[in-house]
Design a protein around this ligand. Structure first.
Ligand code: XBP
Ligand code: MG
Length: 265
């Protein structure tokens, strides 16, 4: 049996519900600043989340509007440069929203991070988003100690391919210096699950409003959150369903069963 030595957290949708009220709002503020008549409603944004990464999401929208990928903008800038500038502005808007306290951590996240550290588990981040966004979120919610709690942050632009490609999880594992079988990933989305599973990582899904109906085949367990003692999570595993507070003991038990039983779906 492999001991559980590290937890690898996704960020958006997993640590916090950042997408609708922070990332989406930041994109829309950026579009308004740039004089673009683009506005992503919560529904449109939910559909666009199928494309991981902010720059890639804008490029997908650009293509949806019928502009070829190599088109020049009205100002004569190449599309790629134009999108990169928009995205830098979006990161500025996003971090300002986070600094202002717009988003809280999901229930149970702060509890699990502190329990894991107290028990000597190592922590890492594997995210598609920009490192500045992760640091802003950790600082705004947990302070500097929150940043220090993580051994490493693996982010989308540090690797060749974003989720669902496994690259960002492979980078997190390399930086931890641990094999996948000694770690557990916590994700909220099907593309995140695919990325983690492609690295061989046992994966807990804590789905969000945007991802609740996705296909989580291959997950170790699927839950509506981590839960807190006064509001346990509703959880489904291969052994059945029920309510529980997901803590290190629960994760260790699921991890120990990994590979010996079918997945939660
Ligand atoms: C989710 C994402 C991100 C954010 C946007 O990342 O797809 O792209 O929506 O972030 P994860 P950027 O769930 O892997 O944390 O604009 O900084 O790319
Ligand atoms: Mg996510």
């Amino acid at each position: 049996m492999n001991a559980l030595r590290a937890l690898i957290f996704d960020v958006d949708g997993t640590l916090a519900d950042t997408e609708r009220d922070a990332h989406r709002v930041a994109f829309n503020r950026t579009f308004a600043d740039a004089g673009l008549a683009w506005h992503w409603s919560p529904e449109v944004y939910g559909r666009l989340l199928a494309v991981a990464g902010g720059k890639e999401r804008i490029a997908a929208w650009w293509r949806e509007l019928g502009a070829p990928a190599d088109a020049s903008t009205a100002a004569g800038a190449r599309a790629e440069d134009f999108i990169a500038r928009l995205h830098a502005d979006k990161t500025r808007h996003y971090t300002a929203l986070i600094d202002a306290g717009t988003v809280a951590l999901r229930p149970g996240v702060a509890r699990l991070i502190s329990e894991a550290r107290a028990q000597g588990l190592r922590l890492a981040i594997a995210t598609t988003t920009t490192p500045a966004n992760v640091l802003a979120l950790l600082r705004a919610t947990l302070g500097e100690a929150g940043v220090q709690a993580f051994d490493c942050i693996a982010a989308g632009d540090m690797v060749a391919a974003k989720k669902p490609a496994p690259d960002v999880y492979a980078l997190a594992l390399a930086r931890l210096g641990l094999p996948a079988r000694e770690c557990l990933a916590i994700e909220d989305s099907a593309i995140g699950l695919q990325a983690a599973r492609a690295c061989g990582l046992p994966t807990l899904i804590t789905f969000s409003d945007y991802t609740r109906d996705q296909d989580f085949t291959g997950a170790l367990a699927v839950a509506d959150g981590l839960g807190e003692p006064d509001a346990p999570a509703t959880v489904r595993t291969a052994q059945g369903g029920g309510e529980c507070v997901i803590d290190c003991t629960v994760l260790q038990a699921w991890h120990a069963r990994n590979g010996t039983t079918p997945s939660a779906n």
